[in-house]
Ligand binder design. Structure first.
Ligand code: CDP
Ligand code: MG
Length: 711
């Protein structure tokens, strides 16, 4: 076993060269002396991988685990892998990770990397985090919704009580260099420990290939490919890191790079003549972990590595050896779209501070260069100064329900690092009320307590619970699982292959009997599971086997949660009157009545949630092209381009949602917030007026529908 030891040895000396190493004794002291501590330092200084190990060596695990949260699941997994290697222990033993639907820990685990969402769920079952001696909130500068909420919760929990705890919980908050004063202020002016970093100058260059009008992905993908190749042929040795927004364009860019790099004529002089080949590696969230490992390995001598990544490489993961950045200027971001009243994953220009962070990745070990494919005008006019925290731009439904279940009744005055707009909180309360997760006074209902157990969006959970009450969860569980994994359909790039895949997918849609995308998911799930060789089946049917495999595992996990809940004696039981083919669809209606649309003119539909947006069925749906036959539909999600598209669609009957729809307009949200209001303000009056108008609209829709039904 000489090889692993050897590599541990190299890693060991490697970690001694990290900036954090010289400060380890002072850091340990600082954690010992303070209940709260902010630790800051340049990305790559060793915070995430080293600090938990120092605390472990200093004996902090005698009184409990060290928990380290990450906003991104890939970061949690890869960092845990790395640390387990450095400590020469098996992954899942002393060092483990937990992300949604994937728990790689055992009872021996002492250093646990996890997503912030998982930590939030743990607080639900153990509010004083008894099992932990230290919680490290990492990547706080990313300002993810869950991390922000954890900050507010942990600020109180540990000091309030030693309930079940022998010692108070230590909370360490780690952040890249931004906003540390604000964080310290929020945590009662706790000390800030700064790890002095060396950062070399990075020359920032504008390539002027993209202007304010070029927001189309094909334009910036082409541009980054061109710039990356220019760097490869003209610049001295050093690896390249390209920033794009997501899987499909990263794969496209890699394909283009492969094709072009092959044809490069290396007679051209490259400064130091050492660069010959180009090793192209993609990096995105849903990539298999063994492929992700490759990213961290140095390229062979004479070969230049070019990593094409999402924003994950901006702070969560550090790739050594990068000297050149190619910045597309865009990022994928979840935003609440007030036009359609839903959260939507948008591609948007990054902020200037984000661009600075990206550039900084080139100057870790030597001077570097950052090539921005956009021009100065784009920088000035399209890029905001800072990224808006997630809490101020997405829907808060799940988080507010979690807070309520934790006993935080007044969710408006909860201690937020940056307060979300009140209307977002009220929106969430309203949604929860519509789903019967809270009552009129804002108290959690028994349904709400069950809903919070599932790591799913509230609507889907409600549909699942309904199906369980009616005894048809065997059909709904696979659907919920399939909707929780990445896209399962392979859509090849080559036109002839595309045709082949399309034919297969159409066949699958047909085999599910009726035209219903949810049923199609169930059908694929069952067919694949029943087949002799599921991975071959997937390949034949142009389905991503990896996605399907995780759907199988997710289904099992959801089933376990459901089984546990069903053992409670007050678990609801109902009987169903109607045909079997309608059962699943009616259950879906119970969760998706907030996503109902009715056919209006031509192929368009109009949403029924009070926004009245015009939507189209997405071409990927099995109902695409059959709009004329449809009347009422529900949909899972929305994609906004020049049009608003709905995806994963199912036809329904008005009757099934008739009794649910009025709930969308039933209550003034102020009834739900715990804030007592003495006077009715003008604003509130206006809101009441609006509500009445909406109710009227609803009534007229109902009338119209009745007439339609009669016809
Ligand atoms: O957290 P911070 O950004 O301060 O640094 P870190 O993530 O602890 O990274 C320290 C070093 O470990 C960097 O040089 C990374 O490249 C390296 N690392 C690695 O090689 N493989 C990983 N999976 C994670 C980190
Ligand atoms: Mg880190």
């Amino acid at each position: 076993m000489s090889k692993p030891e050897e590599s541990n040895w190299t890693r060991d000396t490697e970690s001694k060269h990290l900036p954090i190493y010289q400060h380890r004794h002072r850091l340990i002291e600082a954690v010992k002396e303070n209940q709260f501590l902010v630790v800051t330092g340049e990305t790559g200084s060793g915070k995430t991988t080293q600090l938990p190990q120092y605390l472990y060596q200093a004996g902090f695990c005698r009184n409990g685990k060290i928990g380290v949260t990450q906003p991104r699941r890939v970061a949690a997994i890869t960092v845990a892998q790395r640390v387990s290697q450095e400590m020469a222990v098996g992954l899942g033993h002393q060092v483990g990770y937990q992300v949604r639907f994937d728990d790689c820990t055992t009872k021996d685990t002492l250093i646990k990397y996890m997503t912030d969402g998982c930590m939030l769920r743990e607080i639900l079952t153990d509010s004083s985090l008894e099992q932990y001696s230290v919680v490290i909130l990492d990547e706080v500068h990313e300002r993810s919704l869950n991390t922000d909420i954890l900050l507010g919760l942990l600020k109180k929990t540990p000091s309030r009580g030693t309930r079940g705890r022998k010692l108070p919980l230590k909370v360490v908050v780690m952040s890249a260099t931004l906003e540390t004063d604000k964080l310290s202020g929020f945590l009662g002016d706790c000390p800030v420990f700064t790890i002095p970093g060396r950062i070399y100058p990075v020359k920032e260059l504008y390539c002027n290939l993209i202007g304010p009008k070029d927001k189309d992905s094909s334009a910036y993908v082409k541009a980054v490919v061109k710039v990356a190749l220019d760097v490869h042929t003209n610049e001295a040795s050093g690896d390249i890191l390209v920033f794009l927004t997501g899987q499909s364009e990263i794969e496209k860019a890699c394909d283009m790079l492969f094709a072009k790099a092959e044809s490069i004529d290396y007679r051209y002089d490259v400064d130091d003549r050492t660069v010959e080949g180009l090793l192209i590696l993609p990096l995105y969230g849903s990539m298999p972990t063994d492929q992700q490992k490759q990213i961290f390995q140095p390229a062979p001598a004479g070969v230049r590595k070019c990593v094409v990544a999402t924003n994950i490489a901006a702070t969560s993961l550090t790739i050594n050896g990068v000297r050149y950045i190619v910045d597309s200027g865009f990022v994928k971001q979840l935003n609440h779209n007030s036009r359609v009243g839903l959260d939507i994953l948008d591609v948007v220009p990054i902020s200037k501070s984000e661009a600075q962070q990206r550039a900084g990745r080139a100057g870790r070990t030597s001077p570097g260069k950052c090539f921005r494919i956009y021009n100065k005008e784009f920088w000035e006019n399209c890029m905001p100064e800072y990224t808006v925290p997630e809490i101020q731009r997405t829907s808060l439904t799940s988080v507010i329900l979690t807070l309520k279940c934790l006993g935080v009744h007044d969710v408006i005055r909860f201690s937020y690092l940056d307060r979300p707009e009140e209307r977002f909180i009220l929106d969430a309360l309203k949604k929860l009320y519509q789903f019967d997760a809270i009552d009129r006074k804002g108290n959690v209902t028994s349904l709400g307590r069950m809903m919070v157990e599932f790591p799913l969006p509230p609507g889907l959970t409600r549909a699942l619970l309904k199906s369980a009450a009616l005894g048809c969860e065997d059909a709904m569980l696979p659907v919920a699982a399939m909707l929780s994994v990445e896209n399962i359909f392979i859509r090849p790039g080559l036109p002839e292959k595309q045709k082949e895949a399309e034919i297969m997918h159409t066949e699958l849609a047909a085999c599910s009997g009726s035209c219903n995308d949810f049923l199609m998911l169930l059908c694929i799930f069952e067919k694949c599971r029943a087949s002799e060789n599921p991975s071959a089946w997937s390949k034949d049917h142009w389905i991503h086997w990896r996605a399907l495999k995780s759907a199988f595992s997710v289904e099992t996990q959801l089933r376990e949660i459901l089984l546990r809940l069903k053992q409670q004696k007050d678990f609801p039981q109902e009987t169903f009157k109607g045909s079997n083919s309608e059962l699943l669809r009616q259950c879906l209606c119970h969760g998706y009545f907030t996503h109902v649309a009715r056919r209006s003119v031509g192929k368009t539909f109009c949403t029924m949630d009070g926004h009245g947006s015009t939507v189209h069925i997405h071409p990927s749906s099995s109902l695409f092209g059959q709009e004329a036959k449809l009347d009422w539909i529900i949909f899972h999600d929305v994609l906004v381009t020049s049009r608003v598209y709905v995806r994963t669609v199912c036809p329904i009957r008005y009757d099934w949602v008739k009794d649910l729809l009025p709930k969308l307009h039933e209550i003034d949200v102020y009834d739900l917030s715990s804030v007592a209001r003495e006077e009715v303000t003008d604003e509130e009056m206006a809101r009441w007026e609006k509500k009445r108008a909406a109710q009227k609209q609803m009534e007229s829709i109902e009338d119209a529908s009745k007439k339609l039904e009669k016809r």
